[in-house]
Write a protein that binds this ligand. Structure first.
Ligand SMILES: Cc1cc2nc3c(=O)[nH]c(=O)nc-3n(C[C@H](O)[C@H](O)[C@H](O)COP(=O)(O)OP(=O)(O)OC[C@H]3O[C@@H](n4cnc5c(N)ncnc54)[C@H](O)[C@@H]3O)c2cc1C
Ligand code: FES
Ligand code: FES
Length: 490
């Protein structure tokens, strides 16, 4: 059992003992290291001013991701390489991404600039092609209030898709080897009353959570980080899932996909997006690249939020959930996990371990939409998801689940019953289901949307889904239901 943190800082080994378990990486960098290039803006994962590059071993190989240091806990970087804006220039010469920002006038007041530079740096090392869409996606978690995004995007395009020739590229193999050697052991730093622990195996993780049911289980910290920075909560005992080997494993058979609860959105993206283009589009708009690099599917379920994006989609697909308390495992339908607002079927110290999703069959159509005020990096007002089974031009059955319509992610069982038997070529037969949503949901009015808007949008999304399926199956004419980025309606 190791009792101190160890990680690389810009390729050099650092060890930390005697730290508050709830210390953020940003506070460590600015207050302990006195490296103040990394800025604090919102302190809640929204603005990207605190972006740093985190090198991790993923599938046995080194890769760097942009993360928000303000909500990442220091303990989470155990076994990783941390590179900040203070580390980029070499011998007084700016890094290529910094020089591109200067040459293309990407900075005015400069407050956002260190964060943009670090996002550009991770993009430079990502192997992505120099395409505007990829650049926009990568930068969606960085806000600039004065320069405007065009010159910054141009700096990104200039430095993306090229072979990096910087100090990191030169020490890549050496760093990968060092990080590989740091994986697998159990970390327990602190005392029985106050600690940051990160067991190296799922067995040890489950045992420690059962032994300390009052500890906070921590995955990506994209929720828990805000408990610290915004709610000022005192978290003396933290058990991190991120070092447990295999906790992020993703498996697939001909019939189902299994996502380990510790898989981040970035890790799970490809497999989940393969279930349907709408799933991919919702995930692409979930948080930002930074949030998706840290946030996990398991955390999105375990937090029990009524406006989490993945639960309605997973419920519509008929997913089940595996939980583990000590050595005891159990499985339940995902929808049964959400009992009431703030209440889930999980006992203290019990881990969410896996999400198991059946793959849609050949007669099934999956549709999902996220409705939010802002397109990127915004929380849903409503998340509509549905899986329709179509037979001979009519809906044989449906599973419809929504977020933002009740105190939990919830199925619309009355609307499901009312749409069964409806004809795809006769929209009049959809009306009963549209009306039935009134019996399924009593949505609230808040700053994201009014209850009337929420009800109307769910009805209209049902119509949109059926209109599209009618066109896809040849039961109805082609109606324009989506607008491409080019402005073209399709
Ligand atoms: C800027 C920003 C934007 C965001 N945008 C979105 C968005 O668009 N859509 C959306 O749905 N969410 C969004 N979120 C919320 C958040 O990213 C997600 O809920 C995320 O999936 C949480 O996962 P995590 O791994 O970070 O969880 P953590 O913060 O680590 O944990 C969240 C909760 O789950 C518990 N927990 C975590 N893992 C487990 C486990 N394996 N077993 C048992 N309990 C566990 C924790 O104790 C805690 O209660 C956003 C957050 C931020 C900061
Ligand atoms: S300070 Fe705004 S994302 Fe961290
Ligand atoms: S340069 Fe001022 S906020 Fe971006």
């Amino acid at each position: 059992m190791r009792d101190r943190l160890q990680f690389l800082r810009n390729g050099k080994l650092v060890r930390v003992t005697d730290f508050n378990p709830a210390t953020t990486l940003l506070d460590h960098l600015r207050l302990a290291e006195r490296k103040t290039g990394t800025k604090e803006g919102c302190n809640e994962g929204d603005c990207g001013a605190c972006t740093v590059a985190l090198g991790k071993i993923r599938d046995g190989r080194l890769s760097y991701e942009p993360v928000n240091a303000c909500i990442l806990l220091l303990g989470q970087v155990d076994g990783c390489d941390v590179i900040t804006v203070d580390d980029l220039a070499e011998g007084g010469k700016l890094h290529a991404v910094q020089q591109a920002m200067v040459d293309l006038h990407g900075s005015q007041c400069g407050f956002c600039t260190p964060g943009f530079v670090m996002s550009l740096f991770t993009l430079h090392h990502s192997g992505e092609k120099a395409e505007r869409g990829a650049v926009n996606d990568w930068l969606a978690g960085n806000l600039c209030r004065c320069t405007g995004y065009r010159p910054i995007a141009e700096a990104a395009l200039k430095t993306t898709g090229r072979t990096p020739k910087d100090a990191l590229a030169k020490r890549w193999k050496e760093t990968e080897k060092a990080l590989l050697a740091m994986q697998g052991d159990d970390l327990f730093a602190g005392t029985q009353e106050s600690f940051f622990a990160a067991p190296g195996s799922v067995r040890a993780l489950a045992a420690l959570c059962a032994e300390h049911p009052d500890a906070v289980i921590l995955s990506g910290a994209t929720d828990v980080g805000l408990w610290i920075t915004k709610q000022m909560r005192h978290l003396p005992k933290i058990i991190h899932t991120g070092r447990a080997a295999g906790f992020d494993a993703i498996g697939e058979s001909s019939r189902q996909i299994v996502i380990g609860a510790g898989a981040t959105y970035t890790q799970a993206f490809e497999k989940l997006a393969a279930l349907g283009p709408d799933m991919g589009e919702v995930l692409r708009r979930l948080g930002s690249r930074h949030v998706r690099a840290s946030g996990t599917v398991g955390g999105n379920i375990a937090n029990g939020s009524p406006i989490g994006d993945t639960p309605p989609m997973l419920i519509a697909l008929g997913a089940s959930l595996e939980l583990q308390h000590g050595s005891a495992k159990r499985t339940l339908p995902l929808e049964d996990f959400f009992i009431d607002y703030g209440k889930q079927d999980r006992k203290p110290g019990e881990l969410v371990t896996k999400v198991i999703m059946p793959k849609p069959g050949s007669k099934q159509h999956f549709k999902a939409w996220k409705i939010s005020k802002r397109f990127d990096q915004d929380i849903s007002a409503v998340l509509f998801a549905a899986l329709f089974t179509v037979e001979k031009g009519h809906i044989a059955s449906a599973r419809i689940a929504c977020g933002g319509m009740a105190g939990t992610p919830k199925r619309a069982k009355r609307a499901e019953a009312a749409i069964a038997g409806a004809r795809l070529d006769d929209p009049a037969t959809w009306e009963r289901a549209r009306a039935a949503f009134e019996k399924d949901y009593t949505p609230m009015t808040d700053m994201r949307a009014s209850s009337g808007y929420r009800m109307e949008i769910v009805r209209n999304l049902l119509t949109k889904a059926l209109t599209e399926i009618a066109a896809e199956t040849g039961a109805g004419g082609k109606a324009a239901t989506r607008v491409l980025a080019t402005g073209e309606a399709v």
